[in-house]
Write a protein that binds this ligand. Structure first.
Ligand code: PMP
Length: 282
């Protein structure tokens, strides 16, 4: 395997950054995850725009424009002989003696990229059965709209899911389901209206969420971007989650409450199909 580290391609096994990297010490960095299927990036526009936004919010310069970034991704896939891949991009503020303020003389941002095989049919098989989720308090900070590498609360929430035999965790803040540890949360009410938490400081604005909203509108489904409670979710007709790596993933149980008839819902299935068609080559 080959990784990209600050301008060069190096064997994944010895791809390193310095111990004084601010990403390592302070989680002072941002990242993106996107999917490539059959050599085509999914929703790349959105992922690149969000990377720019995250960098901007942390007052970090963009280390690379869109075209060269895409060229690096293509080269990374070529060197790893991958057609279907999960691409990870991370940019940290760089290496400097440990001190909380930004380095006074600036620092060179450190950009790394990895790619690994992504198995679409595995994801489709999972979607055909649907997944279980649990719920946990949302203990994250007030700017989770920035895609920073500071993910400890998300890690703990996902670990709790794994230990409960579930795939994800609904995060609950002030009685409201904000999102999941690495995806956005959706429910469908009795009238077939799709409901998902509005954008703002308490969710990461998912790129898949955005494209799914557009797909829903094209399918003439009504979407309400509003807060919903855990109780509402448990009583929903359908539930699902969205992310770059899970597309639209049907949820069949929340904390041992069965959703609908315990099978993936028809709306989630339609939306998953529509998403896969719309996102490729974007
Ligand atoms: N919320 C969180 C907390 C996430 O980590 C992710 C995945 N990056 C998402 C939502 C979904 O975002 P996207 O659709 O852009 O993958």
């Amino acid at each position: 395997r080959v990784a990209y580290v600050n301008g060069s391609f190096t064997p994944h096994l010895n791809a390193h950054v310095h111990i004084e990297d601010r990403g390592y010490q302070f989680a002072d960095g941002v990242y993106e995850v996107c999917i490539v299927i059959d050599g085509r990036t999914y929703d790349f526009d959105g992922h690149y725009r969000r990377l720019e936004r995250s960098l901007n919010e942390l007052r970090m310069p963009a280390p690379m424009k869109r075209a060269p970034l895409e060229a690096v991704i293509r080269e990374l896939l070529r060197r790893n002989r991958l057609r279907d891949a999960l691409v990870y991009i991370q940019v940290t503020r760089g290496v400097a003696p440990r001190n909380h303020p930004f380095p006074p003389n600036g620092a060179e941002p450190v950009m790394v990229m990895t790619a690994r095989r992504f198995n679409v049919s595995e994801s489709d098989a999972k979607a055909a059965k649907g997944v279980k989720v649990i719920s946990q308090p949302d203990i994250r900070w007030g700017r989770v709209d920035i895609k920073t590498v500071g993910l400890l609360p998300n890690v703990l929430a996902k670990q709790a899911a794994v230990e409960a035999g579930a795939a994800e965790t609904f995060l609950v803040r002030d009685g409201v389901v904000t999102e999941c540890s690495s995806s956005n949360a959706w429910i469908v009410d009795k009238s077939g209206v799709l409901i998902t938490h509005p954008k703002g400081n308490h969710i990461l604005g998912g790129i898949t969420r955005e494209t799914a909203i557009a797909c829903a509108q094209e399918l003439q489904l009504k979407v309400e971007e509003r807060a919903f409670t855990l109780e509402e979710a448990k009583a929903a007709t359908e539930a699902f989650m969205t992310s770059a790596t899970s597309f639209v993933m049907p949820i069949v149980a929340i904390d041992d409450s069965r959703i609908g008839d315990g099978q993936p819902g028809p709306i989630a299935a339609r939306l998953r199909n529509a998403y896969k068609n719309k996102a490729c080559g974007n």
